[in-house]
Ligand binder design. Structure first.
Ligand code: HEC
Ligand code: HEC
Length: 481
């Protein structure tokens, strides 16, 4: 009996922390769950249903896009790195070299998985690597690999460029990503990607039933975004920063719209994406494991509830206070954060999405699509300590900076994977300009320049109403969410 309860706790821990399991382990867990169907059903902790486990397995083990590159190309990447990194890699063992490559491109291992496969790519039995959702939605929380956490270190542009060079050295032709990158910038700062444009560009080649059609030339606004954490999914009725799309399993398939996937693909994989939907819904934010001053946090809760909760909701209290999420959209002129993302999606684009197969949840029929949202929806703040940088474009490195609108850094870069324990967020350095001796393009892309298009750190002046003492208490309270 003892063994059984340990197993159950283990599974619950995995689900709670957004972690999951290798195939072998998940088959084992699948069995345990069949034996103990009521494993961790506590509403606040997420539910380890069979379908959620299947969803995770599908995302990590099934490629839904054509393969990006082969293991042999990945293993030879070091040969195109700049010096002195290349010489260091040459002297290193294959294992260390792989570690260096993971580090350079923002890849991580999979938690609780003895294989050395990356979380962010499906690696099949013939050694082909294919990007999966975790490349943007599976990062590390201060160094701890966490599926569902935004990957705030993903270096897609650098990886793609260097894969192209490595393929050339191997006498291979460039792939879909390398060719695409010649026309569409993939992301100018590590940890952010031009993700919305991928979806819009791909949808441009489809009719509403997802049949392939001739593309009409269109002008797209290129801009980078920071992926949101998946542990809010269960709370949000509508998704994306402007909340334009009602959530549903079909909508989750947009990212797979490459021409190779015909309309059949969508019908064939629909049930897999129901599992993915269940997996996303099962995730919960990790809990802060550092010190919290409970008295100060309690003062912060009171300040938060009268200044922030109308938009961000409430998070319950130890004496039974209820949690709520208002799903409130704030007009762009009131929120004042970077407006590029709001305008980059057109009314026509959203309308087309609304008429498409994606926005018809199946038996439930037509979903609600807001074709002209006038602002951004305040996200839930559960686990907010674990998902820096902040705002939809990732322009603000710490919660302290969110609370001090006039003191946010203009040009910054992360200098460590450790949490800034005072300001809560990324440990960064501020500079006036990128030093001229930083020559490696991968390093140059670690700087976030808030003066660039779509990268403004302005707005959200609501904390200005607070005194410094109140801000300190709210910062403490935010750690408890
Ligand atoms: C290249 C990076 C990237 C990849 C790959 C990616 N996403 Fe995203 N995802 C984003 C970004 C950026 C956003 C925010 C978009 C917005 O708000 O306009 C987002 C938003 C979402 C949201 C909405 C979350 C919320 O709270 O609003 C969901 C759900 C989601 N993605 C699921 C997926 C799934 C499932 C896959 C794989 C099939 C996937 N994503 C692949 C970058 C990515
Ligand atoms: C009028 C509504 C409103 C009020 C009041 C408000 N916020 Fe926000 N908040 C938003 C919106 C909208 C965003 C998203 C902005 C964006 O990403 O561009 C946001 C974003 C944030 C974020 C960043 C979340 C992330 O994951 O990137 C934090 C932290 C935050 N708010 C904290 C607070 C605190 C603390 C208060 C109270 C002092 C507060 N907010 C008051 C609407 C509000």
């Amino acid at each position: 009996m003892k063994d059984r309860s340990i197993s159950r706790e283990l599974i619950c821990e995995m689900i709670k922390f957004g972690n999951s399991v290798s195939i072998a382990a998940s088959i084992r867990l699948g069995l345990i769950l069949v034996l103990f169907p009521h494993t961790c059903v506590a509403a606040d902790k997420g539910e380890a249903s069979d379908s959620a486990l299947r969803g995770y397995r599908f995302l990590t083990e099934t490629s839904v896009l054509p393969s990006d590159f082969h293991q042999s190309t990945f293993d030879s990447l070091w040969s195109v790195w700049p010096e002195p990194l290349r010489s260091e890699a040459e002297k290193a063992s294959p294992d260390q070299r792989r570690q260096m490559a993971f580090e350079r491109y923002g890849l991580t291992k999979r938690p609780n998985d003895p294989s050395d496969k990356p979380l962010q790519y499906v690696v099949d039995t013939s050694g082909d690597w294919t990007m999966n959702c975790f490349s943007c939605h599976g990062g590390s929380v201060y160094g701890k690999p966490t599926p569902g956490a935004p990957n705030n270190r993903f270096a897609l542009q650098t990886l793609t460029e260097e894969i192209g060079k490595a393929k050339l050295r191997q006498g291979l032709l460039p792939g879909r990503m390398e060719l695409g990158a010649m026309f569409v910038p993939l992301g100018t700062t590590n940890g952010t990607t031009n993700a919305v444009v991928f979806g819009m560009g791909l949808m441009n080649g489809r009719d509403e039933k997802l049949n392939l059609v001739v593309r009409t030339p269109k002008f797209f606004t290129h801009h980078d975004m920071d992926a949101p954490p998946w542990w809010h999914f269960y709370k949000r009725p509508n998704i994306y920063i402007d909340g334009f799309a009602q959530k549903g399993h079909r909508g989750l398939m947009q990212f797979t719209l490459v021409p190779e996937n015909g309309p059949d693909f969508y019908r064939r994989h629909e049930s897999d994406f129901r599992d993915v939907f269940d997996y996303l819904s099962s995730l919960r934010a990790p809990k802060f494991d550092g010190d919290i001053d409970q008295t100060l946090a309690e003062q912060g809760r009171v300040v938060f509830e009268s200044n922030c909760a109308e938009c961000h909701g409430t998070y319950g209290t130890s004496d039974g206070g209820v949690a709520s999420y208002p799903n409130r959209r704030v007009p762009i002129q009131d929120i004042g954060t970077d407006p590029v993302r709001l305008r980059a999606l057109t009314v026509e684009g959203r309308r087309k999405y609304g008429r498409s197969w994606f926005a018809h949840a199946g038996e439930e029929g037509q979903q609600e699509t807001v074709v002209d949202p006038e602002g951004y929806v305040a996200p839930p703040l559960d686990g907010v300590w674990a998902s820096p940088p902040y705002f939809h474009n990732g322009s603000v490195p710490t919660l302290w900076d969110v609370l001090h609108p006039d003191q946010r850094p203009t040009l910054w870069r992360p200098v460590s994977q450790k949490m800034d324990a005072e300001k809560i967020g990324l440990t960064v350095e501020q500079v006036d300009s990128i030093p001229s001796d930083v020559l490696d393009i991968a390093d140059r892309r670690s700087y976030f320049d808030t003066r660039k298009f779509g990268k403004s750190n302005a707005g959200h002046h609501f904390p200005d109403a607070l005194t410094e003492t109140e801000k300190t208490s709210v910062l403490e309270y935010l750690k408890t969410l």
